[in-house]
Ligand binder design. Structure first.
Ligand code: GLN
Length: 483
């Protein structure tokens, strides 16, 4: 049962082969048995899940249909869940029970999805290895000594290990696509503004975007359908019609122009990954796509620009955690300053503190022009590069990450080497574009992802290309030994 995709689950539930309650119980038992090896959940909500599953079964018995009605999922632990701990992977929010549901959570619940729990993540979504969580590192089911990627590493590990068919994630600089690549999943970061950020704890507000992690493009289409849409509660939500993402999956790729940027094959790329990317290009050519070499000349500035903008926004967003209104409060504060200082020093881990320091520095008088303003200018140049490229091509293709999953702890002493792993993913966030990672092979037994980028609001095109690729390859069907 646990091997089924969301699409198969939807068919099975519609044909009354099993109930949502049975499926939910099977997966909860599997989580209890296997998750101690992975640490992919922070909080399990068994009672709520069984309640939602029974309600979904009753709705189906009443004749209601819907691909998500009765489908088990998990939520990254930065989506607020009413009455359930929403920790953001931080000691700061270990005691925080959200007083409301995030829009993504309430929309998926209304569609009948069953939430089994809250998945582990890098603290405040800062990281690409899921090692900065207050609740401990998450293990990659493909090799338990390796990281699953981050920051949505708990969602990725749980789906890859078949503890869940799909889960929500968020992507500020790659946190859906990168863990998808490192665990053999399909993950989609939608266009900025496509999915509501209301109730999604903010890291860097101009970059953060929620999206689906699943095994197939077909399943990402189903989950995204339930998440996307205009939300008046989020001032950056965009009032654009949401197409039927499943309807375009079968469009032909004949004549599709795929741009391959030379900058995506930079020095730091593992040559074995480069080879797998070229193999996937050949596969898409066989399906009728036409390949065009392109250039994104400002890509080399993306990491420095991102690591100014993201920490700058984080330093401002995280100022609300002051020990006064919610979250961790230190014992016996002497005065208000002591309360702020100790609550924040005790509540935030080292990576979060580092980013707050960097961000506050970049925004301070005298440095603002030199760092923050420059970074914003580079951001515009990167967007312009994409706009020029999309005049020539329909889609851009390259590797998702320069390396496969590294060993837990291997990059701990050198944060910059971890920052460099985001080199291919962060440009889409800086430009606000949609991007997808799909399984494309293995290196040393560890999964490798290929990334597709599309113009604004063309998530359907990404899902279409990935689905056609998946109809003709079987990488996405491989499951890790032991799971
Ligand atoms: N690794 C990047 C960072 O630490 C991206 C994280 C994310 O997308 N949330 O900022």
């Amino acid at each position: 049962m646990h091997q089924m995709t969301l699409a198969e689950i939807a068919r099975g539930l519609a044909d009354k082969k099993f109930s949502s309650e049975e499926l939910t119980k099977t997966l909860l038992a599997r989580i209890a048995q296997l998750d101690p090896q992975l640490n992919s959940f922070i909080t399990l909500t068994e009672d709520l899940a069984l309640e939602q599953a029974k309600a979904a079964d009753a709705r189906r018995a009443d004749g209601e249909t819907g691909a998500l009605l009765g489908a088990p999922i998990g939520h990254k632990d930065l989506f607020c869940t009413l009455g359930v701990r929403t920790s953001c992977g931080s000691k700061m929010l270990d005691n925080f029970k959200a007083p409301y549901d995030a829009t993504v959570v309430s929309k998926l619940a209304a569609a009948g999805a069953v939430s089994l729990g809250k998945t582990n993540m890098d603290e405040f979504a800062m990281g690409s290895a899921n090692e900065s969580s207050y609740y401990g590192a998450v293990k990659n089911p493909w090799n338990l000594e390796h990281v699953p990627g981050g920051s949505s590493g708990g969602s990725a590990a749980a789906v890859a290990a078949r503890l869940l068919p799909a889960a929500t994630g968020t992507d500020t600089g790659g946190s859906i696509r990168q863990p998808a690549a490192l665990t053999n999943l399909t993950g989609l970061k939608p266009t900025y503004g496509r999915v509501s950020r209301w109730g999604m704890i903010a890291y860097a507000s101009s970059l953060d975007q929620g999206g689906p992690l699943a095994r197939t493009a077909e399943d990402c289409a189903i989950l995204l359908q339930g998440m996307a849409g205009f939300d008046p509660q989020d001032s950056t939500s965009i009032d654009e019609p949401v197409p039927d993402f499943s309807a375009s999956l079968n469009a032909s790729l004949q004549g599709l122009r795929i741009g391959v940027p030379k900058e995506f094959f930079s020095e730091g790329l593992d040559p074995r990954i480069a080879e797998l990317v070229h193999t996937s290009i050949k596969e898409l050519e066989k399906l009728g796509a036409v390949i065009k070499p392109i250039s994104l000349p400002n890509m080399q500035h993306a990491i420095p620009a991102y690591y100014v903008i993201a920490p700058a926004e984080a330093s401002s967003n995280l100022s609300r955690f002051d020990g006064v209104r919610f979250g961790h409060r230190c014992e016996d504060p002497k005065d208000l300053t002591d309360l702020y200082k100790r609550s924040r020093a005790e509540g935030f881990g080292p990576e979060v503190q580092r980013r707050i320091l960097v961000g506050a520095y970049a925004l301070s008088a005298g440095y603002y022009d030199a760092y923050y303003l420059q970074a914003q200018k580079i951001r515009r140049l990167i967007k312009n590069d994409f706009m020029a490229a999309f005049n020539e091509v329909d889609i851009i293709l390259g590797p998702t990450t320069p390396n496969p999953a590294w060993k837990i702890g291997a990059k701990n002493s050198d944060p910059v080497s971890a920052y460099l792993e985001d080199v291919y993913t962060i440009t889409a966030n800086l430009a606000g574009l949609p991007g997808l990672s799909m399984p494309a092979g293995f290196v040393d037994g560890l999964p490798v992802g290929v990334q597709l980028l599309a113009p604004y609001f063309q998530e359907g095109r990404l899902l279409n290309v990935a689905h056609q690729y998946q109809l003709n390859t079987d990488w996405h069907t491989r499951s890790p030994a032991g799971f």
